[in-house]
Design a protein around this ligand. Structure first.
Ligand code: MN
Length: 489
């Protein structure tokens, strides 16, 4: 889907035809110039002067799948009661851009006509009031439209809004159930579909095996040549790699047929399969699909959504698991990895990921599964976890700084990412555990905490952010107040 955003400009008839023509011409110019800077086109739609014009454009926006949100602005004053009916119907993300056509007050030119034409300063206040009064989830961005800073904020918000569109269209393919007895990967699928739009359904592992058996040697050869161009083949066990190609081809075919953007499986249910999909899942993630291990469909969908929110719908966002700690005083790190399935979009660019085969004792593997092994790249990132609190969803986000792993760990047979958690390892862990965050997360170098906050607001779910300034005390208080607030909502 090629998404776009609509620019809806508020005005009224009071100022006469000339002013309205000027407003329209300028709004068009602004939309065109902004579109050159933004990741998605901003299309000027209307200078709205009546209740009907606003209601009509909202209905149209709701109906148009390619419209990922509206951006409003008031060049002149636009009485807000005429926005109520339209805004009440709005089902798309909404950003109010408080800006002004001219940057400076023109000393000689300014007179009462100029004031009537250029009154965003109070037009945008009237417009802002009604959204506050209606308790609408919206993003308010203020600043001069030709400046980089507000443009960057609009760009980021647009990507979060695209995350909303992707979420509302999300289909997750489950193979097998959640890992037995695990709590945090469970959740209310009906509630999640109501709130986030996700269609989470199950397909038999037997159907996948049937599909795998139908994959031809030629199809496997094609994937093998992709693997050998993208990765370093560091095993003699070609059969294991070919088996992963067979799995990848079959999973992809089933997902594409059903329109699924994410999948989950579990090592406890591989009935009829020789290997847990390792390389297969990794290469599917590299193509933008979401994945969750142990039946974790929540993290699978979040991975796909955050990949779509990333730079070019294949950004460095990936399924991750907190595995083990390095607790040397003053030198504390978290080591993230998974049994096999770490997306190579996280890999440092100095070396190609290596395809290796190793024994995997856990689960039902008859044969050694092939997997990609690599080190994660350095840089600021976040880890995100969506948990079901019973009656509501909570999105927990923690700021982290990824580093080059401080040791080579030559016997670790899986890809690994190492990071410093904010505010520090011990407090960060206390905060994460207090909030109920899972061991599975989406780790992202592309998507910011602010974007996840915007996304959570648009989806109307709780957002908890653990930053360099968070303390356990402040977080406990916040969670207590959130609990009360969400019960009252
Ligand atoms: Mn896991």
């Amino acid at each position: 889907m090629k998404y776009n955003f609509w620019f809806v400009v508020g005005s009224q008839f009071l100022y006469g035809e000339e002013v309205l023509k000027t407003v329209e011409a300028r709004a068009k110019e602004m939309a065109e110039k902004l579109s050159e800077k933004l990741p998605f086109p901003l299309i000027y739609k209307v200078t709205a002067k009546t209740n009907k014009e606003i209601t009509d454009i909202v209905k149209e926006a709701n109906f148009e799948d390619s419209c990922a949100g509206i951006i409003t602005w008031c060049h002149t004053f636009s009485p807000s009661k005429m926005w109520i009916n339209g805004l009440n119907n709005l089902q798309k993300p909404y950003c109010h851009f408080a800006t002004q056509y001219n940057r400076e007050i023109p000393n000689d030119e300014i007179d009462m006509d100029f004031m009537n034409l250029n009154q965003a300063a109070h037009g945008d206040r009237e417009h802002g009031f009604i959204a506050a009064r209606l308790r609408m989830p919206r993003k308010v961005i203020a600043g001069y439209w030709q400046d980089e800073k507000p443009q960057k904020r609009i760009a980021d918000w647009m990507k979060a809004a695209v995350g909303v569109a992707v979420s509302k269209d999300m289909k997750v393919m489950r193979f097998g159930d959640n890992m037995r007895e695990v709590a945090v990967t469970e959740g209310d699928k009906v509630e999640v579909q109501t709130k986030l739009g996700w269609q989470v359904n199950t397909w038999a592992v037997g159907d996948l095996v049937k599909e795998m058996n139908a994959v031809t040697e030629k199809e496997i050869d094609e994937l093998m040549s992709v693997y050998s161009s993208e990765y370093e083949i560091a095993t003699e066990n070609t059969e294991a790699i070919r088996y992963q190609a067979r799995e990848e081809f079959a999973i992809k075919k089933m997902m594409d047929k059903e329109g699924c953007q994410a999948f989950a499986n579990t090592f406890q249910d591989l009935y009829g399969m020789e290997q847990l999909p390792g390389l297969a899942s990794q290469h599917l993630m590299a193509q933008g699909y979401g994945y969750g291990g142990e039946g974790d469909w929540k993290v699978a969908a979040m991975t796909a959504i955050m990949k779509a929110m990333g730079e070019n719908s294949n950004g460095a966002s990936a399924f991750m698991e907190d595995y083990t700690y390095h607790l040397a005083e003053g030198n504390e790190y978290s080591l993230g990895a998974h049994m096999l399935e770490v997306c190579p979009s996280l890999a440092a660019d100095d070396k190609k990921p290596r395809i290796e085969t190793h024994h995997l004792g856990i689960g039902m593997n008859e044969k050694d599964p092939a997997r990609l092994v690599f080190e994660g790249k350095e840089g600021d990132a976040i880890v995100v976890s969506l948990v079901d609190m019973g009656g509501r969803l909570r999105l927990i986000c923690q700021d982290i700084v990824c580093v080059k792993p401080i040791m080579p760990m030559p016997n670790l047979p899986v890809a690994r990412v190492m990071w410093k958690a904010m505010p520090n390892l011990a407090d960060g862990v206390e905060c994460w555990i207090t909030a109920g965050g899972a061991h599975h997360t989406v780790l992202s170098y592309d998507v910011s905490a602010q974007q996840m906050k915007d996304w959570a607001r648009m989806m109307d779910i709780e957002f908890v952010h653990i930053t360099k300034d968070t303390t356990v005390d402040s977080l406990e208080k916040e969670l207590f107040l959130n609990d009360l607030a969400w019960k009252l909502k």
